[in-house]
Design a protein around this ligand. Structure first.
Ligand code: WQD
Length: 342
């Protein structure tokens, strides 16, 4: 009998790619999503990729009654991967109360239901944003977390604490927090990918929309940083590699291979790349010349961050495999399919 994984936020960017990898690994999947930042057509595209359409329920997990009703009706869940959250850094500064309510209450409701319906295992979607601007690079899981640059980043940090403290109080719970660096790219089928609402805040979707003629020139936010070419440095990880790490984490919990009831892993490539290196990588991968302009730094940006992936590589037995150009080409192929560009 296949084990069943609840994926909250499963019609979103990283969630949908993780559902595909879970189904490929033989798991049954239930998606809960409020569709506030994704479309229901993702379900059909997942089915086109894997041949299986996941069970889908639409509601917001910050709704305590609806969440309890869901778990009461679905008592076959073996583990949870919790992606569902509001995630726009800039927006979180404008409407912090929405971010704190949505992101914190959702996790609290899930943990309450895990205790009530005896679901021990949870993988939580966290972010390298909890490190702020590290004093020492690369970042390990022991690098001290810093005050977040935004309410969004703070919800990730506080949610880690909620998870850690709940697991410490209730030994029947086991959890893994996965700290993503910068997820980019799309599934090789180009059937699922990143489709931000409105003007993309993140670098790669802006690049692909600019290349598709939907946006003007790319604005590079600063070239006066202390980096090789002055532009800011990040650790860009292929979204399929990231999705596969979630399957490894879930199997770690289900097979009780975890070394502690609460574990944290950095998920990156271990390589820092500058904005201008990403631009050049896109041009090389696609043959498209990108128009861009250097402008002022963006408030809240850190200068440089990339992961030390030793712990995830050794302990999880997982390593990011796909390179920058392959990943950027997958993002471009996705953009072309969405915009029906040949
Ligand atoms: C990357 C680099 C920008 C757009 C954020 C969140 C993180 C995660 C990913 C949710 C930076 C530069 C960007 C543009 C640019 N979010 N840039 N022009 O800020 O590293 O991380 O998104 O999980 O938690 O903090 O990602 O893609 O926005 O920026 O020059 O039009 O690209 O300044 O140096 P970021 P990003």
């Amino acid at each position: 009998m296949a084990q069943t994984i609840l994926v909250t936020g499963g019609t979103g960017y990283i969630g949908s790619h993780t559902v595909v990898e879970l189904q490929n690994a033989g798991f049954e999947v239930i998606i809960v999503d409020d569709l506030s930042n994704s479309g229901i057509d993702v379900l059909d595209n997942i089915e086109k990729i894997t041949g299986k359409k996941p069970q889908f329920e639409q509601f917001n997990l910050a709704d305590t009654q609806k969440t309890d009703d869901f778990f009461n009706k679905n008592q076959n869940i073996d583990a949870i991967i919790h992606f569902a959250a509001s995630k726009a850094v800039g927006e979180s500064v404008q409407i912090p109360l929405h971010y704190y309510r949505n992101n914190l209450v959702s996790l609290i409701n899930i943990l309450d239901c895990q205790l009530k319906y005896e679901i021990p295992n949870i993988v939580f979607s966290s972010s390298c944003t909890v490190y702020g601007q590290p004093d020492v690079l690369p970042v390990t899981e022991q690098t001290p977390r810093k005050d977040a640059e935004s309410p969004y980043g703070n919800t990730k940090r506080v949610n880690e604490d909620i998870l850690r403290d709940s697991i410490a109080a209730y030994p029947q719970l086991k959890g893994i927090a996965l700290r993503y660096f910068n997820p980019i790219g799309a599934h090789p089928s180009a059937l699922i990918g990143e489709l931000p609402l409105g003007v993309p805040q993140n670098l790669v979707p802006f690049i692909t929309q600019s290349a598709a003629g939907l946006r003007g020139e790319l604005k590079v936010f600063g070239n006066d940083y202390d980096t090789t070419d002055g532009s800011a440095v990040r650790d860009y990880i292929n979204v399929v590699d990231l999705a596969k790490a979630h399957v490894v984490a879930i199997e770690r919990l289900l097979k009780e291979k975890n070394k502690a009831n609460y574990e944290v892993f950095n998920l990156g490539t271990g390589e820092g790349l500058s904005v201008l290196q990403v631009v050049k990588g896109f041009e090389k991968a696609t043959g498209i010349k990108l128009n861009y302009k250097i402008v002022d730094r963006r408030a809240g940006d850190v200068e440089k961050i990339w992961a030390d992936t030793t712990y995830a590589n050794d302990e999880l037995g997982w390593k990011a495999e796909k390179g920058l150009e392959e990943t950027l080409l997958s993002a471009w192929n996705w953009e072309k399919r969405v915009r029906e560009i040949e």
